[in-house]
Design a binder for this molecule. Structure first.
Ligand code: FE2
Ligand code: FE2
Length: 272
């Protein structure tokens, strides 16, 4: 499933049926065996990534039903129901990895707190303020087109398309290069495949929204302009004693994130 092609909600629902996986069946034995022997800075980087993913996934799982209420037809309702199940599955997989591999509730709690602290203001602006407010607006009036456009811009373009895709690219690149945590990588790859469908839905929906009403372009632009500064900050990797986590160069991360967003905006028909 490419995010650069347009798919209808019905096609995306059928793709969901063809791509099943189970959060409970991925083999984490090798990860659990290797975990205690990881280099401290590696373990720290993975714990940071995992904590951020958990914090993000919790938000996006709980702030979603408004969009299901805002579906325009049965096909879109079916697709959105599949996405809601996906988000719950992602949370289940991360929880299982914590329990079976990290297996240290105190470490997890302190890392979630540290992830919250490190992600700080930008994270709060995106996940606790913009996302929650846009969701609230949609729940109050599911037929408000501008509210749906704003919500999908934040959820599918900013959070899933920009933050999620970028984190996945750099974290798995590092883990693959260092041959670390194969079970985690397998699960994360299945999650990323689900996310490709979600992002494709968001791109397709916004494309039809601006085709029907060009005024929606301004709503998308305005939302993006508000959120791009916190997004750039949220993408900064935390420093470790050995340099930035996952050996990333912050400018490479920014370029990757922006290139993907611009590619999708071009399909939607909006310029930043
Ligand atoms: Fe997800
Ligand atoms: Fe998603």
């Amino acid at each position: 499933m490419s995010v650069d092609t347009l798919f209808s909600p019905q096609e995306l629902f059928l793709a969901w049926e063809r791509e099943p996986w189970s959060s409970q069946e991925i083999d984490l034995t090798a990860d659990a065996q290797a975990w205690p022997g990881l280099e401290p800075q590696e373990r720290d980087a993975v714990l940071w990534a995992l904590s951020s993913l958990i914090v993000a996934e919790e938000r996006i799982t709980t702030q979603f039903t408004g969009l299901v209420l805002a579906a325009d037809d049965e096909e879109e309702t079916s697709y959105l129901a599949s996405q809601q199940v996906d988000e719950a599955r992602h949370l289940q997989f991360y929880a299982r990895f914590q329990n079976q591999v990290v297996a240290d509730p105190a470490a997890i709690a302190s890392h979630v707190a540290r992830a919250r602290e490190h992600l700080g203001d930008p994270f709060r602006q995106i996940f606790d303020e913009a996302l929650v407010q846009a969701h609230e607006k949609l729940v109050q009036n599911p037929r408000d087109r501008a509210a749906k456009v704003e919500f999908v811009t934040i959820y599918h373009q900013v959070i899933e398309g920009t933050l999620g895709t970028t984190a996945f690219h750099f974290i798995t690149r590092y883990l693959n290069e260092h041959q670390l945590l194969p079970g985690f990588v397998t699960g994360y790859r299945s999650i990323a495949r689900d996310e490709q469908r979600h992002i494709a839905y968001g791109t397709g929906f916004l494309r039809s929204a601006v085709t029907e009403d060009p005024a929606m372009k301004d709503a998308i632009r305005k939302t993006l302009h508000q959120l791009l500064p916190p997004v750039a900050q949220a993408l900064e990797p935390p420093p470790t004693n050995e340099g930035p986590a996952f050996d990333v160069d912050p400018s490479e991360v920014r370029e990757f994130a922006l290139a993907g967003l611009n590619r999708r905006l071009k399909i939607i028909g909006v310029e930043l």
